[in-house]
Each structure stands twice: as structure tokens, then as C-alpha cells.
Design a binder for this molecule. Structure first.
Ligand SMILES: NC(=O)c1ccc[n+]([C@@H]2O[C@H](COP(=O)([O-])OP(=O)(O)OC[C@H]3O[C@@H](n4cnc5c(N)ncnc54)[C@H](O)[C@@H]3O)[C@@H](O)[C@H]2O)c1
Length: 698
């Protein structure tokens, strides 16, 4: 096993190199190798100092996630033992952080007496993002090295920091341009020659003593993350542990960290987040599209339609440094669209999330035009005009005539038949759905949609484009609503049913919010506007569909959602806080009566089951029909595009944690009590439940 950890002498300095490709994860074998090497050099009188570094582009990119939950060989040293062994070494040990230094990598480096970093190194403790806490001394050593306030930021946010930022915080002593290992060897030689007292992280108390003077530090921090971290357990465990580092001695702190690490590793939340980590990567793989499929290099883009979506999509390209032409048929709409884009950038600059000077750079990449011919030279054109199939067909016929050979012709339609759109061209293989979510510059999901004739190049290009734009791409097959909106239809349908049976919008919204969704359904609808399709329904004499009964009545009363100050809720001037409205509740009572429904109290638990289980059922059909390539793609879609709580892993993972037999039983009950066929258990659900199987292999 020692071959994973090399040893080389440079004069009297030992250079120990971790070589576990591709990114040197801290596996059990690496720990064993390190323990052996450090024992060897500690005992060797010819060694004056030690440098620890990584081979290739990483120092140590983290623990080996694939070893989680697997039994460790008895007596094998763990990372916490190795870090302690290094810290106790009586020769100076310098970490030469040559690249990614994450999680266990930083815990290892914190065991070293000194840390130097290459300029491109990325350093941090991202465990919280997987529902874990740093479990090898990170929560106890880092506060001692950089103080509790900075440690809170690093550990609870879990972001990787560029080397200069890590140096500014004091995580590393210096950033070295040029030969890092040579500099580290010189550093170790000097420390050895000076015979200076070695700084041992666990022994330091100079920065944590002051926390007692700031009793509110930790409570204030808990409050400050309350919104962002709602429902997540790991960030709060991390805060408790950093607080403990200021109150307990090191050994007691380590004991508590060990106990907490055990709790988080075994938690459903962490299992969910680790599952998603792999699911997000898996989603990029399309089994029948070969990996070496030629991808169109996207050097320029065109967007047709400068409305809500067109503007947001243009921002995505500009943010990625790709020039984009935005085309609208109406000069007025084009001007408004571009103004909105600039306004969004100004808000970002004001908030500090982008530099003021970048506004001009990004706006400089966006060109406006009212002439569709200006799309002609682009490598990809994305159509984002009104959701009208005839209009889209006309536009695609025009695009077919003007776009260059090999260009990708994409539509942002939410639900329309992309086969019909592709048929308007002579190159259906180049036509694909690229379904962005609103606001397109913010939402991470990109649901690419494969129509019957979409070619491999269009698919591979759209998937790669998603990554280039910083999105999470998922590939869906063609059916009304694709993956996401097809399930959403079930979601909204169940919400409406519950409303007419006895719940009011605020109760349903609260139950769904408490389940962990970012927002409840009625708040979402108020935000989107209730008048989508309203005029068209009116023109046809109104709709009898249950889901429009209340919406259209609200629109009749001028309540079109947040933008008019009232919808399902009322809103005070300029406020986005929904206020339940007795007037709306009275309208709902009236409709229930008209429908012959006797209203009854409905528990929050029933609300969640009646909404989530039918969504799971629909998702099972989507997987069974091959609309989603795999169950985990549904989960990635719902977490990144629909605000499903990440700590529950997504619909399918959640179903597995509930137990498929329970989901099936409940669906069978709904089938007899509710809408019969519409609630029929999905064949895949029934099959897996009977076999004792699962959707996600949990
Ligand atoms: N709004 C959303 O939340 C959302 C989310 C995902 C997908 N979509 C889809 O994106 C598309 C656009 O939606 P939106 O909300 O941005 O619409 P929008 O009404 O805000 O904007 C449409 C724009 O297209 C322009 N347009 C119409 N016909 C045109 C033509 N022939 N040539 C050039 N421009 C033309 C209009 O002037 C308008 O500016 C629709 O297919 C919609 O279903 C919308």
C-alpha cells in the first residue's frame, strides 16, 4: 500500500508525496501509507524536516466518499490518528498544498506545523454540503488556527477558497509563485535550523479564548443562516462543534466531533446529499450517445424573443463570456427586455455579487436586433417566444432557411410538441428542447428535451452547453410537460383538490414549505401571475376545468397575483409577503358548495401525502416510459428546478426512504377514494414494492 505514498530525500528534508490518482482522496490505504511513512521519517536521525505534498493536480481532494459506511480494517489508522501523529512529530512538517485541498485534505494539512500553497490551490472544508461535518479534527483545529468567526464562515458555508483568500484568513502561511515543493523544502530546512518551537494547532488557544467575550457570536450565526439552511442538520452540528472548540479542551472537543460525525454519516440527510452528488454527475451521461460524439463549439448564440426567458437566457451566455444576439419582433419589447437585463446586473453589482465594471462587459456581449436574419451566424439559436405552436413552427421554418450548417436549433418551450416544431425544418436532427427555468439566469436546472429525430450532436452539445453556462443539465424525452412540468401538473392538481375539500391556500403552502420546498404552490402561482392563458379561456367562454375555477374568478376580480397586489393572497404595497385573505377563503367555500363538497379539516400530514405521493407515482411512470433515463434524473430535476428540499434527495430518493410498500398502499387507497384511474398506482411502483426493491438502489 505504501506505493500510494512516496518518500524522497532532498538533502536532509524528506518529501512525502501522496499519489492516489486522480485527486489523491484520503482512502484507508492512503492513511496506512502515511502513518508508515511518518513513522519511518520520525525515527530516522538523518531527516531534519518533512514536506507533505500531493502528486498531480491535487493535494488531497477529500475523503474517499466511496468508502463511506464501509467497515474499516481493525487497527488501521484513521485520518484523525494520522493528523495527530503528524502534529506530534518533533521535526518541522510543512504541507505544500499544490492543488485541491478539501475536507480530509485540509484536516491533514492542519495537522502539519506549517502550510504553504500554490496560487491555484483551492482550500476548504465542504463536508457540510454532503450533510456531514469535518470529522478528523477540522472543527477543532481550524478555529484554533484562524479564530471561531472565520472558522464558522469556512466550515458552515463549505465553499472552497482560492489560495490568496486562505492566506488572508491565516489558513496557510503564504502563497508561493514558482516551485512550491522547493520553497517548502527550504521552509522546513530553515525551521529545523532555527530550532523554533513548532506550532501545533491543537495546542493553540490564542485565538479561541476571546469567544467567551462574545457570547452572542454563535447564536447570531445560527440566526444569520436560518433562511438559507432551513431544514438542514449539518450546518447546525458544525456551529455547535465550533462553539465547543471555544469551551472544551482539545481532546473533549475531538470526542464530541467524533460522536457528531457518526450521527451525520448515518443520517438520511447525508445519504440524500451524497446520493445527489453522484446523481448530478450521472445525469450528464447519456447511454446511447457515445462519449466521443462531436460537439458543436458554441462561440456565439442567438435568442429569439426578449421576454422574461429570452432576457434571462441571454444573461447566461453573457455571464459565460459568449456573445449573444437577442432578437425580438417588437422594438419596444426588445428595449424593455434589454433594460431588464441591465437592471438585473445593476442589482447584482449593488449586492456585491458582481463588479460594477462587469456590467458594461456583459452588456457589451449582448446585441439587440429586430431582424431574425441576424441569428444566421450563431452556433446555436434558442427560441423563447410566446408559447404558441403555430408561431414556433413559423419561426423554425425561418431559422431553417437562415442558420448555418451544423448550427443547433433549440426551443425553450415548456410543454409543446417539439416533434411538430422540428417538422417545420428540413433538419430535425438539429432541433432540441433547451428548457430553462425562471429566472433563467438564476435557476440551475437545464432540462434538455430529445425529440424523435434529435441527433446525437445536438444532444451532446446541449448537455455540454449546460455545463458551460454553469447549469445542471438533465436529458428528458418528449411528452407533454417533459419530466418537470408533467409532475408539476399532478402537484398543482392535488393542491386544488385539497383546497376544495377543506384546506385554504395558506395551510397548504405552509405544509409544503415545512416539508422543505422553497415555496408553497399558491405563493408560486401568485408570483408567476394568475392570468397565463386567462384571456384565451375567456375568449372561449371560460373553462370548466377545476384548476381554473378559482384562478379565473380571481382574475375576473382583478387579482392577477403579486404584480396586482392580490391573487390567492393579498400583498401590502411593495411587499412580497403573502397575507391570507378571508375574501378568497369565502370564494373557496362557495366553490366547494357548488361542487357539492362538504368541507372537512385536513391535517398537514394528509396534505403532504396527498401531494407528494401522487407526484412520486407520476415520476415512476416517467421513468418506466423512458422519459427520464433514470430515477435519479427526476431527483436532479426536482431539486434544481422546482425547489424540492435537497436534504430529502428528491422525489424518488424520498420514496425509498418512506418505503415503496407504504407509497403503493397509499396510492391504492387514493385510487379507490379519489379520482380512480388518475390515481392508479404506477406499474413500476407496484412491481418494485412487491419485489422489495427501490427506485434509487438505496
Ligand atoms: N416564464 C416562464 O416561467 C417560463 C419558464 C420556462 C419556459 N418558458 C417558455 O419560454 C417561452 C417564452 O416565455 P416568456 O415567459 O419569456 O414569454 P414573454 O411573453 O415574456 O416573452 C416573449 C417575447 O417573444 C417576443 N416575440 C413574440 N413573437 C416573436 C417573433 N415572431 N419574433 C421575435 N420575437 C417574438 C415577444 O415580443 C416577447 O418579447 C415560452 O415558450 C414559455 O412557455 C417560460
Amino acid at each position: 500500500m505504501a506505493e500510494l505514498v512516496h518518500l524522497e530525500m532532498r538533502g536532509d528534508i524528506a518529501v512525502i508525496t501522496i499519489d492516489n490518482p486522480p485527486v489523491n482522496p484520503m482512502s484507508i490505504a492512503v492513511c496506512i501509507g502515511l502513518a508508515a511513512r511518518f513513522a519511518e521519517v520520525s525515527a530516522d536521525d538523518a531527516v531534519a524536516g518533512i514536506v507533505l505534498t500531493g502528486a498531480g493536480r491535487a493535494f488531497v481532494a477529500g475523503a474517499d466518499i466511496r468508502e463511506f459506511g464501509k467497515p474499516r480494517p481493525k487497527d488501521a489508522p484513521g485520518l484523525r490518528d494520522v493528523a495527530m501523529q503528524i502534529e506530534n512529530c518533533d521535526k518541522p512538517v510543512v504541507a505544500a498544498i499544490n492543488g485541491a485541498c478539501a475536507g480530509g485534505g485540509l484536516e491533514l494539512a492542519l495537522g502539519c506545523h506549517y502550510r504553504l500553497a500554490a496560487p491555484n490551490a483551492q482550500i476548504g472544508l465542504p463536508e457540510v454540503k454532503l450533510g456531514l461535518i469535518p470529522g478528523a479534527g477540522g472543527t477543532q483545529r481550524l478555529p484554533r488556527v484562524i479564530g471561531p468567526q472565520s472558522a464558522l464562515d469556512v466550515i458552515v458555508k463549505g465553499d472552497l477558497l482560492p489560495a490568496p483568500k486562505a492566506a488572508a484568513l491565516g489558513i496557510v502561511e503564504d502563497v508561493i509563485e514558482g516551485d512550491l515543493v522547493a520553497a517548502a523544502v527550504a521552509f522546513a530546512a530553515k525551521a529545523a535550523a532555527d530550532g523554533a518551537q513548532l506550532p501545533r494547532s491543537s495546542k493553540r488557544t490564542d485565538l479561541i479564548g476571546g469567544a467567551a467575550d462574545e457570547p452572542a457570536l454563535f447564536d447570531d450565526y445560527r440566526k444569520s443562516i436560518a433562511r438559507r439552511a432551513r431544514g438542514f442538520e449539518a450546518p447546525y452540528h458544525a456551529i455547535d462543534l465550533i462553539e465547543a472548540s471555544t469551551k472544551l479542551d482539545f481532546d473533549a472537543g475531538m470526542e464530541l466531533e467524533k460522536k457528531t460525525a457518526g450521527i451525520t454519516v448515518a443520517s438520511t440527510q447525508s445519504a440524500a446529499q451524497r446520493y445527489l452528488f453522484f446523481a448530478e454527475r450521472e445525469a450528464l451521461k447519456i447511454p446511447d450517445v457515445p462519449r466521443d460524439t462531436e460537439v458543436r463549439d458554441i462561440k456565439s448564440a442567438a435568442i429569439i424573443g426578449s421576454g422574461t426567458m429570452g432576457g434571462g437566457i441571454a444573461m447566461c451566455f453573457a455571464n459565460a463570456g459568449i456573445p449573444v444576439t437577442v432578437i425580438d419582433m417588437e422594438q419596444g419589447n426588445l428595449d424593455k427586455g434589454l433594460e431588464r437585463v441591465e437592471g438585473n446586473y445593476q442589482v447584482s453589482a449593488k449586492r456585491g455579487s458582481m463588479a460594477e465594471a462587469d456590467i458594461a462587459v456583459r452588456m457589451g456581449l449582448i446585441n439587440g436586433s429586430t431582424d431574425i436574419n441576424d441569428a444566421g451566424g450563431a452556433d446555436i439559436v434558442i427560441e423563447a417566444v410566446f408559447e404558441d405552436i403555430e408561431l414556433k413552427k413559423t419561426i423554425f421554418a425561418q431559422l431553417d432557411a437562415i442558420m448555418g450548417d451544423g448550427a443547433i436549433l433549440a426551443t425553450n418551450t415548456s410543454a409543446l410538441d417539439i416533434d411538430a416544431i422540428a417538422a417545420a425544418t428540413k433538419r430535425p436532427e438539429a432541433v432540441i428542447g433547451t428548457h430553462f427555468f425562471s429566472p433563467a439566469n438564476v435557476m440551475r436546472l437545464l432540462e434538455n428535451v430529445r425529440a424523435a429525430k434529435t441527433g446525437n450532436q445536438a444532444i451532446a452539445t446541449a448537455m455540454k452547453l449546460g455545463r458551460t453556462l454553469g447549469k445542471q443539465p438533465v436529458l428528458a424525452g418528449l411528452c407533454p410537460g417533459f419530466i418537470g412540468n408533467r409532475i408539476l401538473r399532478v402537484y398543482f392538481g392535488q393542491c386544488d383538490k385539497l383546497m376544495f375539500e377543506g384546506s385554504y391556500p395558506d395551510q397548504i403552502d405552509k405544509a409544503i414549505f415545512d416539508f422543505g420546498f422553497a415555496m408553497g404552490p399558491f405563493g408560486v402561482r401568485d408570483m408567476a401571475g394568475l392570468d397565463i392563458g386567462y384571456q384565451a379561456r375567456k375568449a372561449q367562454g371560460g373553462s370548466n376545468e377545476r384548476r381554473y375555477i378559482l384562478t379565473d374568478k380571481l382574475c375576473d376580480a382583478g387579482r392577477r397575483g403579486m404584480k396586482t397586489g392580490a391573487g390567492y393572497y393579498k400583498y401590502e404595497d411593495g411587499s412580497r409577503t403573502p397575507i391570507p385573505d378571508p375574501e378568497v377563503n369565502a370564494m373557496i367555500d362557495e366553490i366547494s358548495k357548488d361542487l357539492g363538497i362538504e368541507r372537512r379539516p385536513i391535517s398537514d400530514e394528509e396534505i403532504v401525502e396527498r401531494i407528494i405521493f401522487p407526484m412520486i407515482n407520476e415520476a415512476a411512470n416517467i421513468v418506466d416510459e423512458g422519459i427520464a433515463l433514470r430515477a435519479s434524473d427526476v431527483d436532479v430535476t426536482y431539486v434544481h428546478g422546482y425547489g424540492f428540499p435537497r436534504y430529502r434527495g428528491g422525489l424518488m430518493f424520498y420514496a425509498d426512504t418512506v418505503g415503496l410498500d407504504k407509497v403503493l398502499e397509499t396510492m391504492q387507497r387514493f385510487e379507490t377514494e379519489e379520482d380512480g384511474d388518475a390515481m392508479a398506482p404506477a406499474p413500476l411502483l407496484a412491481k418494485l414494492a412487491k419485489e422489495g426493491g427501490s427506485f434509487t438502489g438505496q
